[in-house]
Design a protein. Sequence first.
Length: 146
Amino acid sequence: MKRYCNILLFIGLFACQSPETKDNSEKWKSEIIATEKAFYDMAQKEGLVKAFQYYAAEEGVIKRNRKIIKGKTAISEWYQNDVRPNESLTWAPTFVDVSQSGDLAYTYGDFTFTYLDSLGNEKVNKGIFHTVWKRQKDGSWRFVWD
């Protein structure tokens, strides 16, 4: 009997990975890639303040300067107060994955932050970013961690 239950459990788990689930996963990954691109494009055209304000979920969190900033309003205020002229941020995801249910996703990749110091010298900071995305009630994706 125990052997029979284990076989049924295995079949049940295997059945959960249907071709439809894989198709949805690829579709959702494409949505995240498109969202990352739209986020990036907005940041380049309209600025970091507007892009981070727009793509933050209401419960979004960012970590900046060793501080946690919680909530869309606080994120917006931080960017309005902390972003200076002549700063630029570029990034590109090199990896994306989506939960099986299609409601959470994450990306990571390389970023380059460029700014002018107080003497007018260009400074470049390179690193790795990690963003967690959550599907909203309207079907859009917004970040909950950046």
